[in-house]
Design a protein around this ligand. Structure first.
Ligand code: EPU
Length: 417
């Protein structure tokens, strides 16, 4: 079984380039089902999740042609299958995002119920409620959702919670609906804006993405396009934490500073220097890590996808910090692994009380999910001795070349069989 071995490293210094956003490319790949014509996509990160989404789309009829390291052409002239099976959905929850485009294109879809995952139960009720509002019949049959419609008809949809996935699925189904759809209390994440921009570049009419209300006027047909995905704000945030944690100075390129404001604000609170440029940020440690409190919230609040990395950082802060996780019900699995490295963390419901210490100790730990795995890699950089991380397939889902990128800025890290 492949593991990652990290040895205590000094300060990380130098330049790192961030890849295209995982959470943008997954819905954008699904949205390429919306047209018969070719879409050319750039800045595609080489990630397990992207490979699984491409496998699913190929099953549905997509012809995918990798044109270079990080670009591909995708064309779905005919949909040859409309089922997303459990084995793919269970590997990649975002495969549920094919439901909206399949309905838009052929008025039917059969998608496995996703089930729970390492960070919580993760229901899909908001997606389904929205589809029903747009005249889609939903039936459950042996673990599958069968959706069909005569015509998708625009309507008003109010989301009880600003779900990222539900907002994306509804934007995709509504873009060829009859009439106008208004999604209220929708998600405002940068990835929502990216998907709307992609669909608009195909001839869609979506307004308001990035605000609480999105208006979509259905069009008859979408056409092919060429599109570049935004940089990954969570990958950027992870390396920003690495700079502060190791007492280093990292220049992180291919970042949109506006997308990482909550992370920048918290890094400044813990005592780091952050300098923003047009497409990059410089993060420099000032030698201390102050405690701070964190509450995860929908964008533009502090991202749940950065919670594990900050729990680690605050484990080495001067004083006590309180972390409140409000997005996912069970996203503290990394706390147990950090405890194995000597951290002092108490979990009470969705709150973690983190008492800062001076050091951690390397040992064998398990990546319980993607962001937990990233936090453990960072922990290994500062823990005494050696840290061996198993279950690294979780990390490969979302961080392309993380070992190579960290090596290049001075980390003592390698894969091991
Ligand atoms: N929720 C419902 N009902 C629904 C949909 C969501 O109750 O129908 C709840 C979820 O159970 C969760 C909360 O709403 O408690 C947020 O879920 P959301 O739908 O916003 O998240 P998602 O679309 O499933 C995306 C990212 C996640 C990221 C979250 C929150 C992708 C592919 N995934 O998930 O990314 O944490 O938004 O920002 O975009 C990651 O990259 O590590 C990751 C988990």
């Amino acid at each position: 079984m492949e593991t990652i071995i990290v040895k205590k490293s000094g300060a990380l210094n130098g330049h790192l380039k961030v890849n295209g956003s995982k959470n943008s490319i997954l819905p954008i790949l699904a949205a390429s089902l919306l047209t018969r014509e070719k879409c050319t996509l750039h800045e595609i990160p080489d990630l397990e999740d992207v490979h699984v989404m491409c496998d699913l789309l190929s099953n549905l009829g997509a012809k995918i042609n990798k044109t270079n390291n990080n670009s591909l052409e995708i064309q779905v002239e005919n949909i040859i299958n409309y089922e997303a099976p459990y084995d793919l959905i269970s590997k990649l929850r975002a495969s549920f995002l094919v439901m909206g485009p399949l309905l838009s294109r052929i008025n039917k879809a059969k998608v496995s119920m996703p089930g729970g995952c390492a960070i919580g139960t993760r229901p899909i009720d908001l997606h389904l409620k929205g589809f029903k509002n747009l005249n889609v019949d939903i039936n459950f049959n042996r673990g599958y959702i069968q959706a069909q419609t005569e015509d998708i008809i625009g309507n008003n949809v109010y989301l009880d919670f600003p779900s990222v996935g539900a907002t994306e699925n509804l934007m995709m189904v509504a873009c060829t609906a009859k009439g106008k759809t208004i999604i209220e209390n929708c998600a405002e994440e940068p990835e929502i804006i990216d998907l709307a921009n992609f669909i608009n570049s195909m001839g869609g009419k979506i307004e308001g993405a990035g605000t609480k209300t999105i208006t979509i006027v259905g069009v008859d047909e979408l056409h092919g396009t060429e599109y570049t995905v935004i940089p990954d704000r969570i990958e950027a945030g992870t390396y920003m934490v690495a700079a502060v944690l190791t007492g280093g100075e990292l220049y992180i390129d291919n970042v949109i500073p506006a997308h990482v404001q909550p992370v920048i604000a918290k890094l400044r609170e813990v005592g780091a220097e952050v300098v923003e440029s047009r497409n990059s940020v410089m993060v420099r440690s000032k030698g201390m890590i102050n405690s701070t409190d964190i509450k995860t919230l929908p964008y533009p609040g502090f991202p749940t996808d950065m919670q594990a990395q900050f729990m680690l950082l605050l484990s080495l802060a001067n004083g006590t910090s309180v972390i409140n996780e409000t997005i996912f019900e069970n996203r503290f699995m990394h706390a147990n692994e950090l405890l194995r490295m000597g951290a002092n963390i108490k979990i009470e419901g969705n709150t973690a009380i983190v008492n800062g210490l001076n050091s951690l100790t390397g040992t064998k730990v398990k990546a319980t999910d993607l962001r937990a795995g990233a936090a453990l890699i960072l922990a290994g950089l500062v823990a005494d001795g050696e840290t061996e991380i198993s279950e690294i397939h979780h990390i490969k889902r979302g961080y392309a070349d993380i070992v190579e990128k960290l090596q290049a800025v001075g980390a003592n890290i390698a894969y091991s069989m």
